[in-house]
Design a protein around this ligand. Structure first.
Ligand code: AMP
Ligand code: ZN
Length: 112
């Protein structure tokens, strides 16, 4: 837990969020600034800065289970993007690792 971290504050309930799912090790919230019709963030409860600092005990199986469950719940059976911006060159803006679920766009996606 990092007192300065916006996602740690959301996980502890100090900051409000629109939660759509919670499991033992993850919360899923709606992105405050959506860039797709469905834009969710899968956030590990344990503070880890980015993919570059994820350790071997990261609950990867539970992570993908949460992604699949939420995608189903949000009606994204035809597909979605799963994006994990990592570090400065990817313009990661919140230094608490998270995955974006982006969906609900049938045809056009920006490159990259
Ligand atoms: P990234 O640029 O990959 O680090 O993504 C951070 C994301 O967190 C952005 O899409 C923001 O819109 C989103 N975000 C930042 N603060 C909040 C918040 N308080 N509640 C929900 N989403 C947030
Ligand atoms: Zn954090």
């Amino acid at each position: 837990m990092d007192a300065e971290c916006v996602f740690c504050s959301i996980i502890s309930g100090r900051l409000p969020s629109a939660r759509v799912h919670e499991s033992d090790n993850f919360v899923v919230i709606k992105d405050i600034n959506p860039v797709a019709p469905v834009h969710l963030l899968v956030i590990p409860k344990r503070h880890v800065e980015s993919v570059l600092s994820v350790s071997e005990d990261f609950p990867a199986g539970e992570f993908f289970d949460v992604v699949k469950r939420v995608a189903e719940q949000e009606g994204l059976r035809r597909g979605f993007r799963l994006v994990v911006n990592t570090g400065i060159e990817a313009q990661q803006s919140v230094p608490h690792m998270h995955a974006h679920i982006l969906g609900g766009r049938s045809f056009t996606w920006p490159p990259g």
